[in-house]
Design a protein around this ligand. Structure first.
Ligand SMILES: Cc1cc2nc3c(=O)[nH]c(=O)nc-3n(C[C@H](O)[C@H](O)[C@H](O)COP(=O)(O)OP(=O)(O)OC[C@H]3O[C@@H](n4cnc5c(N)ncnc54)[C@H](O)[C@@H]3O)c2cc1C
Length: 463
């Protein structure tokens, strides 16, 4: 029988070395992505891209080629980040990958805009036309350029509708379908690269590199986002629907393929329910069951059009699950002690973690923030688990005052109250899951305590 330290070493590995390794994995991935940008530029320079520049048109031409190469590489990275590729997801988590994807959006649009403006200016200078007729000529005389321009307009629409202030006006589903246009935009731009891209034409292997990258990106999207979920979900059905407290419902999923979908406690899946009205939507839900339990379970709060019909679903309904995703799990754990802080339906992944983490009595503290402990989802289960596993469970119920994430009035600031509730907080990995504003407030408290950011693991239930 393994001791606790050996079990941790063998199964999850903890310690500062693991923290460093996780950081190195992220750095290595970033390095691979940046190589996609630097390699083509290096080749552009080595192949004489900056040699013999003697006129304005030469400057424009060279700058334009470099900008086009950088923009194309960034666009490929942008798509790779959300292609749900297993090894990207394992290192960055879906949150981390999506954050990087978002950061690249605007620079890519600016670079392609610069590419368009310089192309038209260059054409006008060479042909002696003005800018407007240059733009019209290019698009009408060369169908490949016409398609690329349509692609660029689609890209602007996607970028505009992704701006936070605009995005809030659409439902997730409408925003998602608009977002799919970015794949069409990329496809529309390909012909002009291979017909007019000076570097593509002069360096066949550079063209091969990009062709390979395009194929890899599109194959990944089709496999990871479409085919794999269908294949792995064969035979999965809703086994039962069980109402829980606080307007939540637990959905149990079972089927012959379930054993082939290993997940870790704390991870989430995208759930698609195959009924005539719901099949076109997939929504993320954390697993509230733990590995080893017979069925896969999600516990879902009624929030909007999709979640409010969950209680009415019939056992036997087919489902497709995509995932597992996320690093809100022991994968990122580096400490022996753990502090889990949940609010509302954020209890779902915390219940899953609490049941299956490797720990000794007293290593784990669970803080569960609820408005009313008589109406708190999964609370009884959590109590049983914490009793059996000898975790410390503190239910924080009551009203909220003065923007505090803790209940009730107190003279003490939140960070002092947290240390009273969880004295080993500073030497713990801290897992936080709850509504966005509440989670931010917990994060602020942890910052006040100077908790290292690698010790804080947040799961945001938002897109
Ligand atoms: C990683 C993750 C794990 C989650 N786990 C759980 C869970 O275990 N239990 C639970 O009850 N809820 C969970 N959620 C939240 C849940 O996905 C949304 O409440 C649900 O998708 C809302 O759908 P709706 O159509 O009912 O509501 P809507 O009226 O469409 O939206 C209500 C809210 O949910 C957000 N939302 C809508 N669709 C999505 C989507 N596809 N992806 C992300 N956010 C969306 C909207 O921005 C809005 O803020 C999780 C979210 C994320 C991102």
């Amino acid at each position: 029988m393994l001791g606790i330290v050996e079990a941790m070493e063998e199964q999850i590995r903890i310690g500062s070395r693991k923290g460093l390794e996780l950081e190195r994995e992220r750095d290595a991935l970033d390095l691979v992505f940046w190589a996609f940008v630097f390699l083509p530029i290096l080749l552009f320079v080595l192949e004489g891209g900056l040699v013999g520049i003697s006129s304005m048109t030469d400057i424009l031409s060279s700058a334009n080629r470099a900008i086009a190469l950088i923009a194309t590489s960034l666009l490929m990275i942008h798509l790779l980040l959300v292609a749900r590729i297993g090894w990207v997801e394992k290192v960055l988590g879906l949150d981390g990958a999506t954050a990087r994807h978002k950061r690249l959006g605007k620079p890519i649009v600016y670079l392609f805009f610069a590419h368009l403006v310089i192309s038209v200016t260059h054409y006008s200078l060479v042909s002696g036309s003005n800018i407007v007729s240059g733009l019209v000529d290019l698009n009408l005389n060369y169908w490949q350029i016409g398609l690329a321009t349509i692609g660029f307009v689609l890209m602007i629409v996607v970028a505009y509708t992704s701006a936070i202030s605009v995005r809030k006006r659409f439902s997730y589903e409408i925003w998602y379908f608009i977002h799919l246009a970015s794949y069409v935009a990329v496809l529309l731009a390909i012909p002009h690269q291979f017909a007019f891209g000076t570097d593509f034409l002069a360096q066949p292997w550079l063209a091969t590199f990009y062709l390979g990258l395009y194929l890899f990106v599109f194959a990944s999207v089709i496999w990871f986002k479409l085919a794999l979920p269908i294949v792995q979900s064969r035979g999965l059905r809703i086994q039962k629907i069980v109402p829980d407290l606080n307007n939540t419902t637990s959905v149990y999923i079972d089927g012959p393929g379930l054993k082939g979908i290993p997940y870790e406690a704390g991870q989430f899946f995208m759930l698609r329910v195959l009924t005539p009205k719901l099949w076109h939507q997939s929504h993320p839900f954390s697993v509230s069951s733990s590995p080893g339990e017979q069925s896969l379970r999600f516990t879902i709060g009624s929030r909007g059009d999709f979640t409010s019909v969950i209680p009415n679903l019939k056992p036997g309904t087919r489902v497709i699950i995509e995932g597992p995703y996320g690093i809100f799990s022991q994968k990122t754990r580096t400490k022996r002690k753990m502090l889990m802080i949940a609010a509302g339906i954020g209890v779902a992944p915390v219940r899953s973690l609490a049941r299956s983490v490797i720990s000794e009595p007293g290593d784990v503290t669970v803080l569960y923030r609820v408005n009313d402990k008589n109406d708190a989802a999964l609370l009884e289960e959590l109590r049983d688990i914490c009793d059996q596993r000898q975790h410390n469970l503190v239910v924080l119920d009551g009203e909220r005052f003065n923007q505090s994430w803790l209940p009730g009035l107190s003279e003490l600031p939140d960070h002092s109250r947290l240390l009273e509730l969880a004295p080993h907080a500073l030497e713990s990995d801290i897992y936080v899951c709850g509504p966005a504003v509440w989670s931010k407030s917990v994060e602020q408290t942890l910052k006040k305590l100077n908790v290292n950011k690698n010790q804080i693991h947040l799961e945001e239930f938002a897109w």
